[in-house]
Design a protein around this ligand. Structure first.
Ligand code: CA
Ligand code: CA
Length: 141
């Protein structure tokens, strides 16, 4: 499945907007297929992307296998401890209807905004001291 440059740009813009108000980091990883468990693949991608290395352990990863229609969202220990599993479940449940309808970019934009709100609440932006610890580019495999 082909991802259009403008689709990718919309996702990057959503990540940038989210990170403007938080020290937390959001990434999106797109796979074409996923044969097994999406959460396991997402955890693997999380590590491969070095997302466990943020200072406050507040990275959030959205994982989507476009052709397999599999999806997972997970956060590092710092943010997970504050929001709990129900938060990830809530984001997922809210995104599923859009994903099912094929509106995956809209689903991502919504999820990223929700993740950004939670991050901003627990990890406010640090002004000039804030660093972009993880690239905002969409990761592809
Ligand atoms: Ca940051
Ligand atoms: Ca970033």
């Amino acid at each position: 499945m082909k991802v259009q440059p403008e689709e990718e740009q919309r996702i990057v813009a959503a990540i940038e907007a989210a990170e403007r108000v938080t020290s937390g980091e959001v990434r999106v990883h797109l796979n074409s297929t996923c044969s097994g468990d999406a959460l396991k693949d997402a955890q693997k991608a999380f590590r491969n992307l070095g997302m466990h290395r943020t200072a406050e352990r507040n990275g959030i990863l959205f994982y989507l296998a476009l052709e397999s229609h599999k999806f997972a969202v997970l956060g590092d220990q710092g943010i997970h401890d504050r929001v709990g599993q129900s938060f990830w479940d809530g984001i997922r449940d809210a995104m599923v209807p859009e994903l099912r309808a094929g509106r995956w970019v809209e689903a991502m934009e919504f999820g990223i905004a929700e993740a950004g709100r939670a991050l901003a609440e627990h990890f406010p932006h640090q002004g000039t001291r804030d660093r972009d610890e993880l690239s905002n580019e969409v990761s592809r495999r």
